[in-house]
Design a protein around this ligand. Structure first.
Ligand code: SF4
Length: 146
């Protein structure tokens, strides 16, 4: 069965450093992040602008929407849609993880996060931009070895 991931989490996974909304959420996100960063592993991921498999472990999960704050659901949905559009994906479609990681490396620059992730409380830590920069470098060097 495919992992279900909301669009903006395709970016979060590259900068994730163990910070999160609760121990349960951090544990689930760490699991997903390890699988996605594992170059020897490929698996299907269904991309959505909606709650996903990591949201199931989040204390802000309001069953049908994010309830972290009054505007949080609209905010995360906007980020999901921006990522889905920038990567040229379709909401609800399933893709191999390797394709999603390559598309992210090719189509997202660190400074794009200023626009895509505007309003996210983690953005100012800088780790997400670093994660995208590292991913781009890693993908570029692995292409150069061919
Ligand atoms: S700034 Fe927020 S939404 Fe953007 S990648 Fe980081 S944690 Fe995810």
């Amino acid at each position: 069965m495919a992992l279900v991931l909301r669009g903006h989490h395709l970016l979060c996974v590259h900068g994730f450093k163990g910070m999160g909304y609760s121990p349960e959420f951090v544990e689930k996100m760490s699991e997903v992040v390890m699988d996605i960063r594992n170059e020897n592993k490929d698996f299907p991921i269904k991309i959505v602008a909606d709650l996903d498999d990591t949201c199931k472990s989040c204390p802000n999960n309001g069953i049908s929407k994010c309830v972290a704050s009054e505007n949080s659901n609209d905010h995360v949905l906007t980020m999901d849609r921006k990522v889905i559009e920038q990567l040229g994906l379709k909401d609800g479609e399933t893709y191999p993880k390797s394709v999603l990681v390559s598309l992210t490396a090719a189509k997202v620059r660190p400074d794009d996060l200023d626009v895509i992730c505007a309003g996210c409380s983690w953005l100012s830590y800088g780790v997400c931009k670093e994660g995208i920069a590292d991913l781009r470098q890693m993908c570029q060097s692995s292409m150069e070895t061919y």
